[in-house]
Design a protein around this ligand. Structure first.
Ligand code: PAF
Length: 280
């Protein structure tokens, strides 16, 4: 597996691959990899000749400096996992390499970023939009892989690809969960033992809400029950809990047809902010 830290060396490598008519899959990550990321590598290996994983903790998408500082950085372990998973190349640039100058570009995703993560983390999706665009331009992949766990990010990136006419296919892969239901996340490793034991309640509450909605319960009742459950577990501070339409991301009062609804949650466990969702 090749490891590149400069854009120039990455481009040189990729030019050779394209000359040999090889297809390229890109997995953009911020490192601290887990089985969820590896499932994206596996999907890319199935679809492409060459799989590139980028590892870059992107400062422009953090609105909370402490979150940026504490974001886990485990490059050596990440490279071992990627090599074992059969990844072809890692792109792990420095901040200076990615942003030789402070970017002045502002990408506004309108209504898509006025809710949930966008509302709670002002500027977050501008940062995601800029870095993902840069990575798409640097790698020029045939396909790019994202996890369903970041449902709003998926919507925003779909819009980015369509509005800026990126010539690539987006492949969205299912959320990978621990055996107790907790969605895999790089942030999970910041949980204390007691927080980690409480964290699976997030998926349990989501699953109960989904079942209640499918059984015909009213959205407002289901939301009230879920919020009460979070309130009854002291360690949680709920940020949002919404039943939404997956196309508009806007809250709905009544669920629509199968596959168009989602329940999305963000909650703090101590200092760690976790997100999850179920689509149904
Ligand atoms: O999902 C992430 O890890 C990040 O938001 C991404 C897509 C790598 C951009 O920095």
């Amino acid at each position: 597996m090749e490891v590149f830290t400069s854009v120039q060396s990455l481009r040189q490598f990729l030019r050779q691959q394209v000359l040999q008519q090889k297809s390229i899959g890109l997995i953009p990550t911020m490192g601290a990899l887990h089985e969820g990321h590896i499932s994206l590598v596996e999907a890319s290996r199935t679809d492409n000749d060459v799989t590139v994983c980028s590892i870059f903790v992107n400062p422009t998408q953090f609105n909370n400096p402490e979150d940026l500082l504490k974001y886990p950085r485990t490059l050596d372990a990440d490279c071992t996992m990627l090599e074992n998973a059969g990844c072809s190349a890692v792109f792990a640039p420095s901040v200076e390499e990615m942003y030789p100058e402070q970017t002045v570009l502002k990408i506004n995703f309108g209504a898509l970023e006025s809710v949930m993560e966008g509302a709670s983390r002002p500027g977050h999706f501008n940062g995601v939009g800029v870095i993902v665009s840069k990575l798409f331009n640097m790698v020029q992949p045939d396909r790019a892989y994202f996890g369903q766990k970041d449902l709003q990010q998926v919507s925003v990136v779909k819009r980015l690809v369509s509005d800026l006419s990126f010539d690539l296919d987006l492949v969205i892969c299912p959320t990978v969960r621990e055996t107790d239901g907790l969605a895999m996340s790089s942030r999970n490793r910041r949980l204390s033992d007691s927080e980690r034991s409480i964290a699976p309640h997030i998926y349990r509450i989501l699953s109960n809400s989904k079942e209640d909605l499918l059984a015909g319960k009213r959205v407002d009742e289901v939301l009230a029950r879920a919020k009460n459950e979070f309130a009854s577990i002291n360690a949680f501070t709920l940020d949002y809990y919404e039943v939404i339409d997956i196309k508009t991301l806007l809250p709905i009062n009544q669920i629509g047809k199968a596959g168009t609804n989602a329940i999305c949650v963000a909650a703090f466990l101590g200092p760690v902010r976790l997100i999850d969702n179920v689509v149904f």
